[in-house]
Write a protein that binds this ligand. Sequence first.
Ligand code: SME
Length: 151
Amino acid sequence: MDKAQKNSRYERVYAQIAGLLDKTPFRISRMATVTAILHHKFDYFFWTGFYLLEEGELLVGPYQGSVACQVLAYKKGVCWAAIQAAKTVVVEDVNKFPDHISCDSRSKSEIVVPLKNSASEVVAVLDIDSKDLNSFDETDALWLEKIVALI
Ligand code: SME
């Protein structure tokens, strides 16, 4: 998928998600909807889901894909890195990321986008894995940040 195709796919998906997130303010339901749509609209999304920051632990939330780790080791891996930086992290090759947590050895690259509440505190992350190296770029980061902000 080239950059222009990716952009127009995200444009349509963003509009679809925005149109569906008016049924309930309940965050978990909104995450589940976002996860289901994203996972089925992008061929390279091998695992798509949320980790929730609950009392200092990162616990798995709504997801689609293979069975994932329920709890992520404290302050290790890409999800914790995104939380600590409060910024999106794109990893071209997960095997080169220090302390990367592998829930499925088929995952090769990854993007993690923090979800902030109205007080700008990170409360969860959207984590998407691909079976290919270098699947995610600034187009994914830009659109996924916009989509996460809808939640
Ligand atoms: N790779 C993540 C763990 C979650 S799985 O990708 C589903 C990490 O290093 O935080």
